[in-house]
Design a protein around this ligand. Structure first.
Ligand SMILES: Cc1cc2nc3c(=O)[nH]c(=O)nc-3n(C[C@H](O)[C@H](O)[C@H](O)COP(=O)(O)O)c2cc1C
Length: 182
């Protein structure tokens, strides 16, 4: 028997994707924002779509700078992931608050986060607003992953190197088993 899922929870049925810590920078102002509504939207060139609420500083800095970085966190920084999703950079310097460490990007100006296991440096190529969030589409200009964590796919070999998935609210998960189809 299947039962109706309230519309307020419907989108959780297609989670969990990898959660991101999205970093942004414009004229020296930096921010880091937790984003779970992310999807691949192009293969050649590779593109990623983010659904970002217009009230956020992340939204403002992506619009102004035309770029962003998707950093992929692990269990290590679970509490920082929640903090960066509950507080706005308009109210507080989240880097100072969380102890997230900046690392040098390759092609964009927005910083990488050292504690994250992978990074996608993206240049903004499109933005549109189908509902209450803006879809920012970024072309991946440079991608990084920790050796051992990713080898054509996520290896899922070490718990500490697995990406985090957001189930909704304060619930997160890591993947347990890697299966190969014939
Ligand atoms: C786990 C988690 C996932 C989130 N995913 C999104 C998202 O996909 N899009 C979004 O606009 N906000 C999302 N948020 C909320 C923002 O992270 C939150 O509004 C944040 O305070 C905005 O910070 P900023 O103003 O510094 O950009 C999420 C929050 C959490 C805790």
């Amino acid at each position: 028997m299947k039962v109706q899922v309230p519309s307020s929870y419907a989108l959780r049925l297609i989670l969990p994707g990898v959660v991101g810590l999205v970093t942004t920078e414009y004229r020296g102002r930096m921010d880091v924002t937790t984003v779970s509504w992310m999807a691949p939207v192009g293969r050649e060139p590779p593109m990623v779509g983010l659904a970002i609420h217009p009230s956020t500083l992340c939204h403002d800095l992506i619009k102004r700078s035309g770029e962003f970085v998707v950093n992929v966190p692990t269990l290590d920084v679970l509490n920082q992931v929640m903090t960066c999703g509950q507080i706005s950079g308009n109210d507080l310097d989240k880097f100072a608050r969380t102890g997230l460490v900046l690392a040098e990007p390759k092609v964009v100006r927005a910083p990488l986060i050292e504690q994250c296991v992978a990074h996608l440096e993206c240049a903004l190529v499109n933005a549109f607003q189908p509902g209450d969030h803006t879809i920012f589409v970024g072309e991946v200009a440079y991608a990084w992953a920790e050796e051992g964590a990713f080898d054509e796919t996520w290896t899922l070999e070490e718990r500490d190197l697995k990406p985090l998935h957001h189930l909704g609210g304060k619930a997160f998960a890591v993947l347990e088993e890697r299966l190969e189809a014939k």
